[in-house]
Design a protein around this ligand. Structure first.
Ligand code: 13P
Length: 249
């Protein structure tokens, strides 16, 4: 069965609640499609206004992060129940910015992935190499390690529903998109890694996105690759152009 594309916006630390409503009202008609799942991952405080504003549309709302404990003395964190209670279906886990600025590790990523599945939230699990790693020729070794640890203890049935986002760090917010060949090569490598951990059926089912300076010009070629099942889009997800990315065909 062909995998349905999944195109997600990662709003990062942008948009106040009132700007959220405005942006969703603008984007709602532009991102209408049945060909892809469309997800807006928004800051925690924007989740409720985003859910309200997107009601009746095809937009699903996701979170940008989540903690791996149920509740308690973890000042500033968001619990999985808080997300499911309002209808959040997706959560980005282990974005390179969280790894770099908020000390997330492969181990905390794994705990969060397990917790998300426990609560029926689909994790968008991020991985990606630095420029140095690419130049050293260790890209795939590094990514395989990130993926293998992120999926420790995850069952094949769960993994089939997961989303992996391959985001080379050197391509994030830099305007430097990985070439189509580079992006396809790594996404294919990730799928092989999933086949090794689980089996062919799981590898065929899991959806793998590319992220890093995706725009309406680069999206069509990227999304046409056999192992690229959509994108995780930063800057361009905050503009009307996101509609063109979603309707890339
Ligand atoms: P940009 O699309 O702004 O490069 O960001 C990519 C990203 O980090 C999405 O998670």
């Amino acid at each position: 069965m062909a995998r349905k594309k999944i195109i997600a916006g990662n709003w990062k630390m942008n948009m106040t609640p009132s700007q959220t409503v405005e942006l969703i009202n603008t984007l709602k008609p532009l991102v209408a499609t049945e060909d892809a799942d469309v997800v807006f991952c928004v800051p925690a405080i924007d989740i409720i206004p985003a859910l309200e504003a997107s009601k009746g549309s095809n937009i699903e709302i996701g979170a940008e992060n989540m903690y791996y404990e149920e509740k308690g003395a973890y000042t500033g964190e968001i619990a999985p129940d808080m997300l499911t209670d309002v209808g959040v279906k997706y959560v980005i886990i282990g974005h390179s910015e969280r790894r770099e600025y908020f000390a997330e590790t492969n181990e905390t990523v794994n705990k969060k992935v397990l917790k998300a599945f426990e609560h029926g939230i689909t994790p968008i699990v991020c991985c990606g190499e630095t420029l140095t790693q690419r130049e050293q020729g260790v890209t795939m070794d590094f990514i395989r390690q990130q993926v293998k640890i992120a999926f420790l203890g995850v069952t094949a049935e769960q993994a089939k529903t997961a989303v992996i986002a391959y985001e080379p760090i050197w391509a994030i917010g830099t305007g430097k998109t990985a070439t189509t060949e580079q992006a396809q090569e790594v996404c294919c490598g990730i799928r092989k890694c999933i086949a090794e951990i689980y089996d062919e059926a799981t590898a065929e089912a899991i959806r793998i996105q590319y992220g890093g300076s995706v725009n309406d010009k680069t999206a069509p070629e990227l999304f046409a690759q056999p192992d690229i099942d959509g994108g995780l889009v930063g800057g361009a997800a905050l503009k009307p152009d996101f509609g063109k990315i979603v309707n890339w065909k």
